[in-house]
Design a protein around this ligand. Structure first.
Ligand SMILES: Nc1ncnc2c1ncn2[C@@H]1O[C@H](COP(=O)(O)OP(=O)(O)OP(=O)(O)O)[C@@H](O)[C@H]1O
Ligand SMILES: [Mg+2]
Length: 261
């Protein structure tokens, strides 16, 4: 596409998004445009409104005002093309749902609720479990996995949806360093397939090296753009007022990144 980017609508566009819970605003006038597929990090302190921002795009919380659009269209037009992994809650299910069953749920949108998954869906689900390193526990009951393993099952379920945009809320939380690298590999794979991956992420050090672009959020949008341009001491100070140790750490991580790029 010779003229890619000149007139195509952005992949995701939040315009003037304001969200309130019980009348108390938690996200104000957020304008955020992601023009093309990439690995995009949403960064900010606890309670900054990161999860709320993802939910506002997915129609899971009402907007006081503003709009969220995907390829210039409302979510209702493209819902199946947008995958979501919510922030982790350990599943303590007693009933016998296997890991495989959970991943197969990712294929239901395409199938419709009344068709049972067939061999194509099963092999897709196995492939997704393999990608997140959990093929060995495919038959285990979901409640009998660790929290970090459950997190990866939900990632596999999202992969099975074969979406073009992924919203992932802290997919690395509670996951050990090796599994984090593996998950990052999966996300980088999605990017190289031309998909947009939007990730709420907590660890500033890995954020500096993993994401192509980021948005700093603290109830408002503080800054957005290419990672190295956004994660400046000044922007971080505005986002994480008072957390000085963290600022030093991120300064070093960003400097290390600039040396390698
Ligand atoms: N359902 C809700 N009802 C009322 N207040 C809520 C609700 N969900 C979130 N909040 C509040 O809204 C603010 C933003 O919450 P949100 O979960 O979006 O933050 P976050 O940036 O994702 O935080 P964390 O890093 O802890 O996940 C917080 O003050 C939170 O307490
Ligand atoms: Mg959150």
């Amino acid at each position: 596409m010779a003229d890619a980017g000149s007139s195509a609508p952005p992949v995701v566009e939040f315009h003037d998004v304001t969200v309130a819970y019980s009348g108390r605003p938690v996200l104000w006038n957020v304008d955020l445009t992601i023009t093309e597929p990439c690995l995009f990090g949403i960064i900010g302190p606890n309670g900054a409104g990161k999860s709320t921002l993802l939910k506002s795009g997915l129609g899971l919380v009402p907007l006081v005002h503003g709009t969220a659009r995907f390829w210039g269209r409302p979510l209702a037009d493209v819902r199946r093309r947008v995958g979501y992994v919510p922030q982790r809650e350990t599943v303590d299910w007693d009933f016998p749902v296997s890991v495989m069953d959970v991943v197969l749920m990712g294929t239901y949108g395409r199938l419709g609720w009344f068709r049972r998954p067939g061999s194509r869906e099963r092999s897709l689900a196995r492939e997704c479990l393999d990608r997140v390193g959990l093929i060995d526990v495919a038959d285990r009951q979901i409640g009998r996995l660790s929290g970090g393993q459950q997190q990866r099952v939900f990632l596999a379920r999202a992969l099975a949806q074969e979406a073009d945009i992924y919203f992932l809320d802290e997919p690395m939380a509670g996951v050990d360093a090796r599994s984090q690298e593996q998950i990052f590999g999966v996300l980088a794979g999605l990017r190289s397939e031309g998909r947009l991956v939007v990730v709420v992420h907590h660890d500033l050090r890995t954020a500096a090296t993993w994401f192509d672009r980021v948005a700093l959020i603290d109830m408002r949008l503080v800054a957005t753009g290419p990672t190295a341009e956004v994660l400046t001491p000044d922007n971080l100070r505005r986002t994480y007022a008072g957390q000085v140790d963290l600022l030093q750490e991120i300064g070093q991580a960003v400097a290390a990144r600039s040396r390698t790029t």
